[in-house]
Design a protein around this ligand. Structure first.
Ligand SMILES: NC(=O)c1ccc[n+]([C@@H]2O[C@H](COP(=O)([O-])OP(=O)(O)OC[C@H]3O[C@@H](n4cnc5c(N)ncnc54)[C@H](O)[C@@H]3O)[C@@H](O)[C@H]2O)c1
Length: 371
């Protein structure tokens, strides 16, 4: 609610929650109207936007219902338990002429934006390899957090790759402006009680040749600071970018090392980012995500993060599961957006699958100040 309160032109009017005690507590705390049933809320309140925070398996029906009522939809990642179910939401939104976005808000982080700029400017040359680690607590935290459905494959889709890994899949697609062509993956189960794995490891080969290694986990020792182990890096023919996002704290550091002459006499740099404090879910990133969606509605433009982006991330996840089951590299099923569409990411670079002959990137400006 803190997030919705700080974005201009947004006012929360109602909540739908089937648990009566939770609903009543929310209504009391925030002074909005409570409903147990989504359709009733849509018909009574006629809201402009609905934000859906439901167990993954329940998101598609809710989003499609909102679209049919002409309501723009923000749906939490990963959108659904399958790419086809996510695609059904995208199709319904397009048919109804409403906008749909999903919560890959790491794109809004200023460090992520800087990494994307540096890569596009060619400061690290052609990106050969990337690494993404996203490890958060233990899976039992969902029992403590009253979301036990997260540990049931039928309701969540699966383990940490569905819940956390999708963020890094989306971020690499966005930074590289490229699509994953094929994957190789393995899942490792530590727990004995749930039908989801605690760890997923994968190699993603992008169409332009970059190979990204993912380490996505619910096996983080209790002693690990804040229970979060987050890391992103990209290694190119001329340089390296690396970032361990600050989970609790507002200061982020981007490490840059580049042989590119644009770096002048200072080829190794650290850029510090002190983020504006922002209350609410996902802080600054959440606020910018919401603001971007409101702008897209007001200006009738494409949202910065589209439903097609959500489908694309889930196609990669499904290919990793298939690879783990079949112990072989698996091609990622192209999304309609790969063929044609407003959010096509791979159109900016031209070499074919497996190609190493990458297009030289444009040089624009040096990377930050020496630090
Ligand atoms: N973007 C992020 O980084 C991030 C972080 C945390 C959670 N999430 C996502 O948010 C979503 C919700 O997660 P959560 O941890 O808040 O789950 P939760 O279980 O705590 O909350 C879901 C709520 O929905 C209610 N509900 C379920 N079905 C309903 C229905 N049909 N009608 C009305 N109410 C219903 C439940 O009673 C529950 O209170 C998930 O998609 C999750 O992946 C995203």
């Amino acid at each position: 609610m803190a997030l919705f309160a700080v974005v201009p032109k947004v006012r929360v009017v109602a909540v739908v929650e089937r648990d009566e005690a939770l609903r009543e507590a929310f209504v009391k705390d925030f002074g909005v109207t409570g409903y147990a049933d989504l359709t009733m809320m849509l018909e009574q309140e006629k809201p402009a936007i609905a934000a859906i925070f439901l167990p993954h398996v329940e998101c598609p029906a809710a989003a499609i219902e909102c679209a049919k009522h002409g309501v723009h939809v923000m749906v939490e990642k990963p959108m659904a338990v399958s790419a086809d179910a996510a695609q059904a939401m995208v199709t319904a939104a397009r048919a109804a002429g409403v906008k749909l976005t999903t919560g890959y808000c790491w794109r809004m982080h200023p460090v992520a934006e800087e990494i994307r700029r540096l890569v596009a400017d060619g400061v690290i040359g052609d990106v050969i390899g990337a690494e993404g680690r996203c490890a958060a607590g233990r899976l039992t935290r969902y029992l403590d957090g009253h979301a036990p459905w997260m540990l049931e494959k039928a309701k969540s889709g699966g383990g940490p790759l569905f819940n956390l890994g999708v963020h890094w899949i989306d971020l690499f697609r966005w930074i590289l402006q490229d699509e994953v062509a094929e994957v190789s993956g393995r899942n490792v189960r530590v727990n004995r009680y749930y039908d989801i794995e605690d760890n997923s490891f994968a190699h993603l080969r992008f169409a332009q040749g970059t190979v990204a290694a993912l380490d996505i986990s619910y096996t983080v020792p209790d002693s690990f600071p804040h229970g979060r182990d987050l890391y992103i890096s990209l290694r190119g023919t001329r340089g390296v970018l690396s970032w361990a996002p600050a989970y609790e704290g507002s200061k982020d550091v981007l490490q840059i090392c580049s042989d590119d002459p644009v770096m002048g006499g200072s080829p190794v740099r650290s850029m510090e980012f002190n983020l504006e404090p922002a209350k609410g879910y996902s802080g600054y990133m959440g606020r910018e995500y919401l603001r971007g969606f409101i702008d897209a509605i007001l200006h009738n433009s494409e949202p910065p993060i589209s439903g097609e982006d959500g489908v694309a991330a889930l196609r990669v996840v499904e290919a990793v599961y298939q690879s783990a089951a079949e112990k072989r590299w698996v091609a990622v099923q192209p999304t309609p957006a790969d063929v044609a569409g407003p959010n096509r990411l791979s159109s900016k670079r031209s070499s074919g699958p497996g190609g190493r002959a990458m297009k030289p990137r444009r040089k624009r400006r040096p990377a930050g100040k020496a630090g």
